[in-house]
Design a protein around this ligand. Sequence first.
Ligand SMILES: [Zn+2]
Length: 257
Amino acid sequence: MRLVDTHAHIYLEEFEKDREGVLQRAEKEGVEKIFLPAIDSTTHEQMLKLEAEHPGQCISMMGLHPCYVKENYEAELKIVEDYLAKRSFAAIGEIGLDFYWDKTFTELQYKAFHRQIEWAMHYDIPIAIHSRNATDECIEVVAGHQNGRLKGVFHCFSGYANQAKKITDLGFYLGIGGVVTFKNSGLDKAIEDISLDQLLLETDAPYLAPVPFRGKQNEPSYLKYVLEKIAMTKRCTIEEVAAVTTDNALKLFNASK
Ligand SMILES: [Zn+2]
């Protein structure tokens, strides 16, 4: 069984002590590729270093995370823009809107989101969207840009069935992680009518560990718990979920097998 973790921040210092162990356990569970979403310039180098040390296994995106959009966002975006001009990336991410913690920079978050979407269309690469407390707003932004060529994923999707439908109607994937295993999350219901062809697996490590590790530090090897829950929800085998979601991920990120 081959799996892809489409969203994990294993370059962060939380993994400093046991990064090789984390990668070995992932491999043992069949997680062949791990996509690394960028945050901001304080961690770009760590991310690229991990990618260079594990070519083909750890694959970088590039972008400015909405929670890190503040007064200096123009300088941060310039750094992203320069990286994009220098080499190829699997995606622009994570980008989007986050109205959970702080609404001070709402307007700047919108500006950064729009600009990074334009870059994704220019380079013809997908986007990985972070949409905390802002799913409808992110859907609206994507809809405004969608000319049939924009592609990507709503990472850590945890919305409602009607939002899931709107997102997949826009040609976007839903990134499903540990939340689907949480009791009463309702996420299993929300994706009941969504085809496997429109789902991606992710951990969002080190955050949002699935049951039975809820509250602990998450890592890519825990992807199997998300896989099992999706198979249960969709009433199919884990092998089927693995095969389809892995194909989806490789196709979206234009990654080789
Ligand atoms: Zn993330």
